[in-house]
Write a protein that binds this ligand. Structure first.
Ligand SMILES: Cc1cc2nc3c(=O)[nH]c(=O)nc-3n(C[C@H](O)[C@H](O)[C@H](O)COP(=O)(O)OP(=O)(O)OC[C@H]3O[C@@H](n4cnc5c(N)ncnc54)[C@H](O)[C@@H]3O)c2cc1C
Length: 507
């Protein structure tokens, strides 16, 4: 028997070898209580944006680590790939599979709180919304979060979900707040990994933003800070002024994020800083709900038939939001914004210094479309956010100070809207300026482009292979991007008529 590495959990090794001695029939029997019936709606995985749907061969809903190990043993035994499926907020086919799926929703417990050191350990299926509540009750908070908190902890960690800000001690990449992870590898053995040299730091840096290809994460320990409030000041400025003073604006507060409304030539800038001022609401129900949700949604609906209306909708939305506003609230409530309609979205991470030129090119292209009576009439706005350079191997901010630029096309009343041509133009401009795609969003990069832009690409693939020689965690997205093959039943996945998903296929 091989020796046990310091970061391996010996009980998990014993359990894994017990499972190896169990018959396949017995594995199915053990898993029966957590197998989703094929007739259940939960046997089909649909992403939140209603762009991708898949029917895995079997879906399991484990609550314990032993059950996860049993699913892994069954998948290996049957030669079927396995993916974790969480809240489905990835706007791509990242989580989709025609193999087995572990739904993580029931792995959602708070496991440990060390208030004095701000260390909190949770299971991966906990949503950020639930995590914020737990943390607040211990006077703690995550240093930064993105636009929403509906995602699961596992989902945000493996995609390096980001907020915004070039703040030295509050990194906008949520994965940077992770202190350690516990992972079940495809061998069934459970390991702890972290930046500690004794705890396989290579595996740690490959797993953060590793898209779930190194193993199934069962525990995440975050380093939190003391609960804090943010004061947000938001105002509009002309596009040219914004681009001319770009880096100063990007660093003008702890967390800066911006929205470019091309139809009015203005940028809305939001500056957020930590504060001890009393709570203060920004805006009213009439503005925040009636106008910017109900009226805008109806106008977007009309825009499906007469795209010119989209221009007026964008102008209207920008006009509604033109005021200088100030608000104070708990950090996560200020970080989050209302993302109310399912949407197609894509986003690129540009080197910060390339961004003004990229935005100018975006504006030039946009104005050309607007001048053409048959040109594209996009929804609004382009979102602009910031991240400090980091060391997570596949983080789009790896090694470079980053500006994220994103685009969305909303689906009013969940109805389909055109987006492919717009996104193709957008991608062309972003790629020309050195953009790296957001991993969770649909993008055109394959192994060659990725190898060129990620200095740690080969090392990442080596570590992935070390911990998953057979390709247990490979799905169509991973095959397309990483150029790796999955364990045996991939052929079945490829050929299965039920699982022919393409971008935007279902809506
Ligand atoms: C409205 C909206 C707003 C968004 N805002 C932002 C934003 O501000 N910033 C940003 O960067 N992104 C943003 N995103 C993207 C989102 O944060 C990511 O797609 C995130 O991964 C979604 O998490 P999820 O829990 O829905 O995971 P899913 O989409 O279900 O899965 C994502 C990936 O996580 C893997 N995974 C999940 N759990 C585990 C586990 N336990 N072990 C191993 N792998 C696991 C899955 O296999 C899959 O590869 C947004 C998306 C939407 C729809």
């Amino acid at each position: 028997m091989s020796s046990i590495a310091p970061n391996e959990h010996s009980a998990s090794r014993a359990h894994a070898s017990d499972l190896k001695a169990t018959t396949t029939q017995n594995l199915y029997a053990l898993l029966a209580p957590i197998t989703v019936p094929p007739t259940s709606p939960r046997a089909i995985f649909t992403n939140w944006g209603l762009a991708f749907r898949c029917r895995p061969l079997s879906v399991f809903e484990p609550e314990t680590e032993n059950q996860c190990r049993t699913v892994i043993e069954l998948a290996r035994r049957e030669g079927v790939t396995l993916r974790a499926g969480a809240v489905g907020h990835s706007p791509s086919d990242l989580a989709c599979t025609g193999g087995f799926m572990i739904r993580t929703d029931k792995m959602n417990k708070l496991l440990h709180v060390d208030e004095a050191n701000g260390l909190v350990t949770v299971q991966p299926g906990m949503t950020l919304n639930a995590l914020h509540e737990h943390l607040a009750s211990h006077d703690l908070a995550l240093p930064s979060v993105g636009s929403i908190s509906d995602q699961s902890v596992g989902g945000v960690v493996v995609t390096s979900t980001h907020g915004s800000g070039l703040h030295p001690t509050a990194p906008s990449n949520i994965s940077l707040s992770v202190r350690s992870l516990i992972i079940i590898l495809s061998s069934g053995v459970q390991v702890t990994c972290s930046r500690d040299p004794k705890e396989d730091p290579d595996l740690f840096l490959a797993t953060l933003c590793g898209l779930g290809t190194t193993g199934f994460i069962t525990q995440v320990t975050f380093k939190c800070e003391k609960r804090f409030k943010l004061k947000e000041i938001a105002f509009n400025m002309p596009f040219d002024n914004f681009v001319d003073d770009f880096e100063n604006i990007a660093t003008s507060a702890e967390h800066v994020r911006c929205w470019y409304f091309g139809q009015r030539g203005v940028v809305r800038v939001s500056q957020c800083n930590r504060t001890s001022e009393p709570y203060k609401a920004a805006g009213s129900w009439f503005r925040n709900v009636f106008l910017t949700y109900h009226v805008v949604q109806f106008m977007l609906y009309i825009g499906r038939f007469w795209p010119q209306v989209n221009t007026w909708t964008a102008r209207f939305a920008s006009w509604v939001m033109k005021e200088h506003t100030e608000g104070v609230d708990d950090s996560w409530k200020i970080f989050n914004v209302d993302c109310r309609y399912p949407q197609h979205t894509t986003e690129f991470a540009l080197p910060l210094s390339n961004t003004p030129a990229a935005l100018r090119d975006l504006r030039t292209w946009f104005e050309k479309e607007m001048a053409d009576p048959n040109g594209i009439r996009p929804h609004f706005p382009f979102e602009v956010r910031f991240s400090e350079a980091d060391d997570v191997w596949l983080s789009p901010a790896n090694g470079r100070r980053t500006c994220w630029v994103g685009v969305a096309q909303y689906k009013p009343y969940s109805l389909p809207v055109p987006f492919q041509t717009l996104f193709a133009h957008f991608e062309r401009i972003m790629i020309a300026h050195g953009g790296r795609p957001h991993w969770a969003k649909f993008h055109p990069f394959g192994p060659n482009e990725l190898k060129e832009t990620y200095p740690m690409w080969d090392k990442f693939l080596d570590v992935r292979k070390r911990v998953d020689e057979e390709g247990l965690w490979v799905n169509e997205y991973i095959r397309r991007c990483f150029g790796v093959e999955g364990i045996g039943a991939e052929g079945a996945e490829k050929g299965d008529e039920r699982n022919k998903w393409r971008y935007g296929e279902i809506m």
